[in-house]
Structure formats: structure tokens, C-alpha cells
Design a protein. Structure first.
Length: 207
């Protein structure tokens, strides 16, 4: 029996074993992501954060991931301090995803760092890291594509599709996203979240 890859090419015994091992790892990851999807609907933010950290997501003090979030490869995702991640957000960790401090990401935002090359004969996947600077605000249902860096203090309008880097303090919107203004605030020292009693306790014990 000859084992072939998805493109119909015959695989050697070693390649076949590697392929089987890769499939097993992928299945384990899919189970983990399924469990995290269920965790996302637990109505206790501290409990969600504990489980997310155990899965490998780095979450800074005072940050919260609201209900319904979805992840890919959580071990590559880093979230800074005092951030709010909105409901039903998608965070892609198939490459590095680095989110700074005091970042506000609204509901149903999708951040991707892997996509297919539509001009490649095998439709191969391409990966590139995404970096989101401090004090960035991303409006509802915006989409951030692979390889993008969003500078500190930038604002991404609701529904925007960001395909290239955004300079610091710049406001962008549209499909694809283009510059529509500049943020007037020059000094950033606000907190995105108000810290309640339970959040204060969590911060003190560094959950």
C-alpha cells in the first residue's frame, strides 16, 4: 500500500511516519482548542484566565479576555497588562501574536497570522507574526491579517481589514484599511479597565 500526500505524491516510510506523527499532534491540538472554546463560555473571568494561562497564553496583570474567545496555537499568544479582549474575538497563534499594554480589542475582532498563498500550486500556508503596540484600540469586527504591525496609540475602525502596517497614533478604516485621521492624544496614561476587588486580589497574587 502506497501512502500519498494531499497532492498525490508518494511518501517514503520515514515521510509516512512523520506525516502520521504530525496528524496525531494536530488532533491533540484540535482537542485542546475545542476545550478552550468551551472554557470561553465559563461566566467567571478569573477562572477563564487561569485555564488560558495553563494552555500557554501569556496574560499580563489586570487583563481580561471576555466570553466566547477562540484561539489557534495558544502558546504563541502574548497579551500585556491592563488589556480588554472583547467577546468572540479570534486570536491566531500559528505564528507569534504580541499584544502590548493597555490595548482595547472590541467584540468579534479577528487577528490572523497565517493564510494561504492563492498563487502557489499547492495552496500552501504562509505565516507571519502580528504585533499590536501599547494603547491601541481595535473596533468591532475588524480583521488584522498576517505580518501586520500596529504602532502604539493607533486606532482601527470598526469593520476595517488591515493588510499592512499602521503607524503610531494613526486612525485607519475601510477595506482595505487606509489612513483617515490622526489621534490627537499625545500622552497616554489611562487604564483600559477599572480594577474591582476581585481583580485587585488576582493582581496581588499574580494569577
Amino acid at each position: 500500500m502506497t501512502i500519498k500526500d494531499k497532492d498525490g505524491n508518494a511518501l517514503s516510510l520515514t515521510q509516512s511516519i512523520d506525516k502520521i506523527g504530525s496528524r496525531i499532534q494536530q488532533s491533540i491540538l484540535e482537542i485542546e482548542l475545542y476545550v478552550l472554546g468551551i472554557v470561553g463560555w465559563i461566566p467567571i473571568s478569573i477562572l477563564r484566565s487561569i485555564i488560558y494561562r495553563l494552555s500557554g497564553i501569556s496574560i499580563g496583570a489586570g487583563s481580561v479576555i471576555n466570553m466566547g474567545a477562540r484561539f489557534y496555537n495558544p502558546g504563541n499568544i502574548s497579551i500585556g497588562e491592563d488589556c480588554v479582549i472583547g467577546e468572540q474575538v479570534v486570536l491566531d497563534g500559528r505564528d507569534k501574536l504580541m499584544i502590548g499594554n493597555h490595548v482595547d480589542i472590541a467584540s468579534q475582532v479577528m487577528v490572523y497570522n497565517s493564510e494561504h498563498d492563492i498563487n502557489d500550486p499547492t495552496f500552501r500556508a504562509m505565516k507571519a507574526p502580528v504585533t499590536i503596540g501599547d494603547y491601541v484600540f481595535i473596533g468591532p469586527r475588524a480583521i488584522i491579517l498576517p505580518g501586520v504591525t500596529i504602532g502604539g496609540g493607533a486606532v482601527i475602525g470598526a469593520g476595517a481589514v488591515v493588510t499592512k502596517d499602521v503607524s503610531p497614533f494613526t486612525i485607519v478604516g475601510g477595506v482595505p484599511a487606509k489612513k483617515i485621521g490622526v489621534r490627537k492624544l499625545e500622552i497616554f496614561n489611562y487604564r483600559v479597565r477599572r480594577i474591582g476587588i476581585f481583580e485587585a486580589i488576582r493582581t496581588l497574587i499574580s494569577f
